[in-house]
Write a new protein. Structure first.
Length: 138
């Protein structure tokens, strides 16, 4: 179920099972809002199927990126506990795995191995996105 996700690179089967057990699968119809800019998401999301559009008001609400299955959503807000910098909308019927902030924070406090691998994953995801953004701006 998590095959091809960013988390697979760093988490073994035991930790993947924890994520699956902690998460809730949500069906998002085409046009449905997954994350709203300016609000604090109550979960970290993994796009399991479908395609989503990322947009923000700084860019006139125009699409700034598309998100494909396997990508994390809401990770910046999770890391800094601040409102989302962009909205994420399903472009077609999609499925996300939503892991509540509270559940994830509790898991990170109690599972040291999971915690270190999880934060390594987030660092890698954010670094790749930063490099991609820089490359696109040239």
């Amino acid at each position: 179920m998590l095959q091809g996700t960013d988390l697979i690179s760093y988490l073994d089967d035991t930790y993947i099972d924890l994520i699956l057990g902690d998460g809730e699968e949500l069906k998002i119809p085409a046009g449905g809002l997954i994350i709203k800019e300016g609000t604090l998401p109550d979960a970290l999301y993994i796009l399991m199927s479908g395609v989503a559009s990322v947009s923000n008001s700084t860019h006139g609400a125009h699409e700034i990126a598309q998100v494909e299955p396997g990508e994390l959503l809401g990770e910046i807000s999770f890391m800094d506990n601040c409102a989302a910098t962009a909205s994420v909308t399903a472009l077609k019927d999609s499925t996300v795995l939503a892991i509540s902030r509270e559940t994830l924070e509790q898991r990170l406090e109690t599972e040291q191995g999971f915690s270190s691998r999880f934060y390594r994953t987030l660092a890698d995801v954010l670094a790749k996105r930063m490099r991609s953004n820089i490359a696109q701006s040239r």
